[in-house]
Design a protein around this ligand. Structure first.
Ligand SMILES: Nc1ncnc2c1ncn2[C@@H]1O[C@H](COP(=O)(O)OP(=O)(O)O)[C@@H](O)[C@H]1O
Ligand SMILES: [Mg+2]
Length: 433
């Protein structure tokens, strides 16, 4: 196999699957791309979005990459990687520079100087990495609402800068894992941001919108306002929790519970309660268990992360993606909790997708491609870590023999016990089903 030039490769590390997406540039325009292949493989050694067994994770990544290579027919040797991290930090800092007494056009150097002043105002603990630095808004001579100051004229330039930080260990683990699978890491993007980029339209981003991406182990959130991601977060609850709840309460194996979850809304179970397993299950009870978990996720966890707990600040409503967004009625359920419009993202909104790979669980992979393009188009939209801590040029990172590869979850959000959540059905849900 030979290396094909001018392709963009996104590699998404998820709890459920590793997705590899390959896009080729349009011959006529560098900005237009076509998806030429998507590979995937089930994830192993990844829990709640984080690598907990490096060997298994490397094998999963390698097999997803092979899958994509077999489809496109050439070797993939570099990729921009999206991955999850619990414990995402976000700091806003202001920056200001003077352009001199006489108004003059703003140059790239000025913007870099401005970003440096905003950055110098914050200190990042040595065990964390600033994964993304995102200009949220600029002002020229006191007038905010400037999208891109380059070439505009003024005497004073100001900005608000958002710095997104994660524990450094997570970034190192993911980079080591992808490299060990034979792929060079060309960039890193936090998954909730990739999902938002794959799910949202420019109009929604400008109006204000909440992107919610529900995978197997975690749910990613990105809040957009005035065209910029103002907050990014991860909640350690995902579709697998629904499966586990079903297995526990109904006494099923995980495999059967997973099947039941996906089929309960369709014709999979009839009203007499015939489950795929052949066992008899109480359909109302299955729905109740699903609803309880989703209510906990949206009503308690997601809502508490909405800035000022006020979804009205996001008039374009909620856009859902990730595997769980395939669940029928989930948009109706969510609309009743948030009292806002909800739509399910479709990866075909941006690109033509290969057959069988067009459901909302591939939205994040699409977003990784849009992230690469967006960075090319405007170099200041998402800024990489200043010191390239993760790329190994500043000294490689190899975990100690007995150092845990993953984090511990002691301080995480408390999950509700079966007892309290079974009793937690609300009127809204009764009306739904
Ligand atoms: N039709 C469906 N109904 C309900 N849940 C689904 C459906 N399809 C996929 N899921 C769930 O989505 C989750 C996987 O999400 P996905 O975004 O593909 O993975 P990742 O965790 O790797 O980001 C799993 O919990 C899976 O059970
Ligand atoms: Mg996903």
């Amino acid at each position: 196999m030979f290396k094909k030039p001018d392709t963009l490769v996104g590699l998404g590390v998820g709890t459920t699957k590793i997705a590899v997406i390959v896009a080729e540039r349009d011959l006529r325009s560098r900005e237009a791309v076509h998806i030429v292949g998507i590979g995937s493989a089930p994830s192993q050694g990844i829990r709640k979005g984080l690598i907990v067994n490096l060997d298994q994770a490397v094998r999963s990544v390698r097999s997803a990459v092979r899958d994509a290579e077999n489809i496109v027919g050439f070797r993939l040797d570099q990729a921009v990687v999206s991955f999850n991290a619990v414990d995402i930090g976000s700091v806003m800092s202001p920056g200001m520079i003077s352009l001199g007494g006489v108004p003059r056009p703003i140059e790239a150097d000025d913007i870099e100087r401005l970003i440096d002043t905003a950055r110098s105002g914050i200190s990042i603990p040595s065990n964390r990495i600033s994964l993304h630095t995102i200009p949220i808004r600029y002002s020229i001579d006191g007038n905010f609402g400037i999208d891109d100051p380059l070439g505009m004229t003024g005497t004073r330039l100001e900005m608000d800068l958002q710095t997104v930080t994660i524990p450094m260990q997570y970034a190192h683990n993911v980079v080591n894992c992808v490299r060990a699978a034979g792929v060079e890491v060309d960039g890193l993007v936090i998954k909730p941001l990739a999902a938002a980029l794959g799910a949202l339209t420019e109009d929604e981003m400008r109006a204000g919108v909440i992107s919610i991406s529900i995978g197997g182990g975690v749910t990613g959130l990105t809040f957009y306002k005035d065209g910029c991601p103002v907050k990014i977060g991860v909640i350690p609850i995902g579709g697998d929790h629904i499966t586990n709840d079903l297995a526990r309460v109904l006494g099923l194996s995980i495999k059967k519970a997973e099947e039941l979850k996906k089929r309960v809304f369709s014709a999979g179970i009839d009203d007499s309660g015939r489950a795929p397993s052949g066992n008899t299950v109480d359909r109302a009870k299955v729905l109740e268990i699903i609803q309880c978990r989703l209510e906990e996720l949206f009503g308690d966890n997601v809502l508490s992360m909405v800035p000022d707990r006020d979804p009205d600040q996001f008039p374009a409503g909620v856009v859902l993606s990730g595997g769980v967004a395939n669940m029928p009625e989930i948009d109706v359920l969510l609309a009743s909790i948030f009292k806002t419009s909800v739509r399910v993202a479709d990866p075909r909104d941006y690109y033509q997708m290969p057959p069988g790979r067009s459901d909302s669980s591939y939205v994040g992979a699409i977003g990784t491609i849009r992230y690469i393009l967006s960075k090319e188009r405007s170099p200041y939209k998402f800024i990489d870590p200043p010191d390239l801590q993760w790329n190994g040029r500043g000294g490689g990172y190899v975990p100690e023999e007995d150092e845990p590869v993953g984090p511990t979850f002691g301080g995480g959000k408390k999950e509700s016990t079966m007892g309290n959540f079974i009793g937690k059905i609300k009127k809204a849900f009764e009306e739904l089903f």
